[in-house]
Ligand binder design. Structure first.
Ligand code: PLP
Length: 223
């Protein structure tokens, strides 16, 4: 099937309230253009340099999502244009994003990554670290970022039950945080969970944003 057909069938499946981010890492600009010409406007990359190169070459109404692990020294490269940073996993990173956003006189939307998988390798906050950060004075002083939701990745497993359990735990934390008062830099409205292999489960568990790569663009040679 073509990129266009893949997009259509996924979009048909998704509820209207769920945003589809097309994860285009490792794929050539021509593939992104094909998706763009089918109406896709949200694209996600996991390497900052690659995202910058694609941003330079592609139409400027694309909304760029950084879904990978972010090194603080590279934040400045994407600060002029990035739409949403999914993988924020420390106050230090949030402070750097704030600093670079300020230079460009903008507010950058961020999602806090939560560790929900069994694997040790996945980055992210746990519940108590996350709440401690939101309560901290350091966080309250950040005026050029806005935490607008959470992101999580489930364990890589065939067990639907395991994946569902992890997604439901993230949804529960999202609901809990949604009870907190909204502030200038905090408002829970985006729950980024679900990839090619598990987005149908994620949607049943309350996802509002799915990050889908291989089911749109085909398998990657390397990730
Ligand atoms: C690569 C990647 C995806 C997309 O993975 P697929 O299995 O190809 O859909 C989603 N989220 C993150 C953080 C990724 O790095």
């Amino acid at each position: 099937m073509s990129i266009h057909e893949n997009l259509l069938s996924i979009k048909n499946y998704l509820p209207k309230t769920v945003t589809l981010v097309a994860i285009s890492k490792t794929k050539p600009v021509s593939d992104l253009l094909e998706a763009y010409n089918s109406g896709q406007r949200d694209f996600g990359e996991n390497k900052i340099q690659e995202m910058v190169q694609k941003w330079e070459q592609l139409p400027k109404d694309i909304q760029w999502h950084m879904v990978g692990h972010v090194q603080t020294n590279k934040v400045k490269m994407m600060a002029p244009f990035v739409h949403l940073i999914h993988g924020v996993d420390s106050v230090k990173l949030l402070q750097e994003i704030n600093k670079q956003a300020e230079k460009h006189d903008r507010v950058i939307d961020c999602l806090l990554q939560v560790h929900i998988a069994e694997e040790e390798t996945k980055f992210g906050f746990d519940r108590s670290e996350l709440i401690a950060m939101l309560d901290s004075d350091e966080f309250k002083m950040l005026h050029n970022i806005r935490v607008c939701g959470l992101m999580g990745m489930a364990t890589f497993t065939n067990s639907e039950q395991q994946i569902q359990k992890e997604f439901l735990s993230l949804k529960a934390l999202f609901d809990e945080l949604s009870q907190r008062p909204q502030t200038e830099n905090f408002a829970m409205h985006t729950l980024s969970m679900g990839m090619s292999g598990d987005y149908k489960i994620a949607i049943r568990c309350g996802s509002t944003m799915v990050r889908i790569g291989s089911s749109i663009f085909g398998e990657r040679n390397s990730a």
